[in-house]
Design a protein around this ligand. Sequence first.
Ligand code: NDP
Ligand code: MG
Length: 393
Amino acid sequence: MQTVTILGATGSIGVNTIDVINRHPDKFRVFALTGHRQIDKLIALAEVTNPRYVVVSDEDAFAKAKQVLSKSNCKAELLVGNEALNDVCRAAEVDTVMSAIVGAAGLLPTMAAVKAGKTVLLANKESLVMSGEIFIDAVNEFGASLLPIDSEHNAIFQCLPRDYQYGKVAEHGISKILLTGSGGPFIGLNAEELSEVTPEQACAHPNWDMGQKISVDSASMMNKGLEFIEAKWLFGLKEKDIEVVLHPQSTIHSMVQYLDGSVIAQMGNPDMRTPIAYGLSYPKRISSGVEPLDFSTLKDFTFSQPTKEKYPNLYLCIEACKQGQSATTRLNAANEVAVDAFLRKEITFTDIAKVNQTVLETIPCSKMTSIQQILEHDALARASANTVIRALS
Ligand code: NDP
Ligand code: MG
């Protein structure tokens, strides 16, 4: 029996994780569920998973949570605030933490799980983008197990040799990691049309059903850029080892190309329950509820290259990746602020890349050796992004 804490239980990944867990009551027990503002949903999920704790990170939502919980048939204890997020990650009873809070807010609780030596199922790519080397060093120092949930990285993980040693690309006969991306809902639009798209259109991804922030990131391919950085840290890669390939059908989730000409791909229907189930059951396989691929109806596997003109955010991420830790931290922070402003209709879709580029270029790089420094750099970049947004809107 594995005991699991789910950070961000009320989100898209959180709900999919609960769906997989509920299919296997003999294998998993929920220790804690966390949510931020969706209180009714959090308590409803607690009613079906029976956790020991429910955590509400937004302190303003505590009174409502207390009231809703008291009217439910859930026996869980209610905790509140950010420190409680850390507590339910490092508790002795917990084996596995699903890290599925969106954005930089996921960094500290995920680090708490790492430092407690837990098995960490990482969906929250932003925490690795921000803290890369420090995060991986902590995984090694504290003996945590890190398993990628992001579908591309889960695919790469499945296509790498079982005995893959971190960073030993050439030694394993690997020539390239092929990171696939759908190109998002605007793949057919030109630059002018892109400046007029609405948040509703950006959030309507053709293949995946996801939270708002990652949906906008997918449309701008910032998500693929964040994943480029994520892949670098997860597998110890250099920039030259990774190639981004557009594959609009989202059936191949990524590939590993070997020196002998072989390419190993992981395929499946675009449903996050597959990588979530693999993370939960690794190295075994369990059912996930995902429909099997039907090869009698599959057709039109297409591939192309993403251009810099169309997807500037992807190339900003690759550039930041070369510059190092502080550059990826501030680009991530700028993007979170810019996406938020786009969702509130304060800036246009194409302004997101302008904000990101300005923040990346105006704040100088500095060496990051602690989480504290990373958080300070993140705050600096957020302030700078807000200044750029005020000038644009
Ligand atoms: P959602 O927006 O659907 O969910 C986000 C979760 O984080 C919710 O539980 C939300 O709580 C919580 N949350 C929001 N802000 C805070 C905060 N400040 N402090 C604590 N908790 C907070 O996101 P997704 O599930 O789509 O994505 C989650 C993570 O997984 C992201 O990092 C994303 O990049 C990654 N990911 C997602 C994929 C997907 O298919 N959705 C695929 C691959 C990676 P509440 O709703 O209660 O306010
Ligand atoms: Mg992904």
